[in-house]
Design a protein around this ligand. Structure first.
Ligand SMILES: [Fe+2]
Length: 218
């Protein structure tokens, strides 16, 4: 489906209520992310999730590189990606609205938890097919700062954090479609810590939308 078809068919209005409130307040969320590296919290209402999925189903995905890095640092992955979002993309609506959610959460805090203003400037839609590898344990690039948000739109897979590339000490972050998985990144509460993490056991086609803050090189 083309962008124009998605946005021009009269059904383009988002639902009135986009997000569900997590049961934790912002300080509880940040404390848990600091302790546990990653947490999953409910985020998208069923209507909003369905509205976003409509666009995801028609997105022009491309195959991502199957192997990243080499030698000891080799990471295997199997996924398709899409990041060419048009001006009317529903994922721009999600980005704007979720930015506003975090702006409102952070405004009252006397201790700002990030090294710089949290700004989601990197959007990526990914799809994983059942039975595929997922991604072997790795750290994300240092250019990704503060907080990484992965919205699980649909599907099943196992996301976990671990201590090293072998997957030692793995802890599974249980989650459901509609949840957002929040993972700490360098710049979170004065630390450069980058947790190892992985995705495996894709049992149902999995659509994930990622929001990140990419540090702009000066
Ligand atoms: Fe990653």
């Amino acid at each position: 489906m083309s962008e124009a078809a998605v946005t021009g068919d009269g059904h383009a209005c988002p639902p009135a209520v986009r997000f569900v409130e997590p049961k934790l307040n912002v300080v509880e969320m940040l404390d848990r992310i600091e302790r546990e590296d990653a947490i999953a919290v409910p985020a998208l209402t069923p209507d909003y999730r369905a509205w976003l999925l409509e666009e995801a189903y028609g997105a022009p995905f491309r195959e991502a590189r199957g192997v990243v890095g080499r030698g000891e640092r080799l990471v295997r992955q199997r996924m398709e990606v899409h990041d060419g979002f048009g001006p009317e993309s529903r994922f721009r609506d999600l980005t704007r609205q979720y930015q506003a959610v975090w702006d409102a959460r952070l405004a009252p805090l006397s201790d700002y938890p990030f090294e710089s203003r949290l700004v989601f400037n990197d959007m990526m839609l990914q799809v994983y097919q059942p039975g595929e590898t997922g991604i072997t344990p790795h750290m994300d690039r240092t250019a990704y700062r503060n907080l990484i948000c992965l919205f699980v739109l649909e599907g099943r897979g196992r996301f976990g954090v671990c201590e090293d590339r072998s997957g030692r000490g793995a802890r599974i972050i249980a989650h459901e479609p509609g949840d957002v998985v929040l993972t700490r990144a360098p710049g979170f509460r004065g630390s450069d810590h980058r947790p190892f993490h992985f995705l495996d056991r894709i049992t149902k086609r999995r659509y994930v939308f990622g929001l990140r803050q990419e540090q702009v090189q000066r």
